[in-house]
Design a protein around this ligand. Structure first.
Ligand code: CA
Length: 240
């Protein structure tokens, strides 16, 4: 399983660093944003597995960040754990208005916070595991039958290509690093060069024919599945 990514949106440097350090130690990938606007931008591009959100933030405050996350089609399913120093806000936050999944009041104990994060992620994983099919723009993947249909015609993918396509399609718009993709498609202990991912992606693009443009190369990062309107799709880079 690839590492889970946690986005921390917190302007207090000491708390941001404390969280980053401890979450990394627990094996998470951590992204840190220090204001609300930057936090939203990160959330929309990284599509993290979970967001730790401080309420008192510069530029866009935490409650508004939470509201926008819940309004976005791609971000609404991401669990949000709120950090707040003001206990009177809790009703508003955890009440369904803002849609936060949990909260922790400051000052907090790091161990307790990590337990809450893990509990939220376990719930999310239980939901994710129930997805056995994904469909987007003429590409259908059925994981139970291990079948891929491209415009209704079955495509013959290798197991690695299958897992790569599944990973990309399940989280459209998320930019995956080659490392993420290797872990998702080949398992934690497979020793492969990053270049190997490029080779699999190239072959996968050929097999999905006219949809190849949807697997975009993200410069300096890796790849993502583009799920916007067809006219906006940029041609896939051939990488060689
Ligand atoms: Ca703050």
């Amino acid at each position: 399983m690839s590492k889970q990514t946690i986005l921390v949106i917190e302007d207090e440097r000491a708390i941001g660093e404390l969280l980053t350090y401890n979450l990394k130690k627990e094996g998470f990938e951590v992204q840190l944003a220090t204001d609300g606007q930057d936090g939203l931008r990160h959330a929309q591009t990284v599509l993290p597995d979970l967001i730790v959100l401080d309420l008192m933030l510069p530029v866009i405050e935490g409650l508004e960040v939470c509201r926008q996350l819940r309004a976005g089609a791609r971000t609404r399913g991401i669990p949000v754990l709120i950090l707040t120093a003001r206990s009177e806000e809790i009703d508003e936050v955890v009440g369904f208005q803002m849609g936060a999944d949990d909260y922790v009041t400051k000052p907090f104990k790091i161990k307790a916070l990590i337990q809450r994060i893990k509990a939220l992620l376990r719930r999310k994983t239980a939901v994710d595991a129930s997805d056995e099919k994904v469909e987007s723009h003429g590409i259908e993947i059925d994981r139970t039958q291990h079948r891929v249909l491209i415009d209704g015609e079955e495509a013959k993918l290798t197991p690695t290509e299958f897992r790569l396509l599944w990973t990309l399609l399940r989280q459209p718009g998320r930019a995956f690093t080659r490392q993420n993709l290797m872990e998702a498609a080949m398992g934690d202990d497979a020793y492969v060069l990053e270049r190997t991912v490029d080779v699999h992606i190239k072959s996968l693009r050929q097999k999905i024919a006219r949809h190849a443009v949807r697997i975009e190369t993200v410069r300096g990062v890796g790849y993502r599945f583009y799920d916007g309107p067809p006219s906006d799709a940029t041609p896939a880079k051939s990488d060689d």
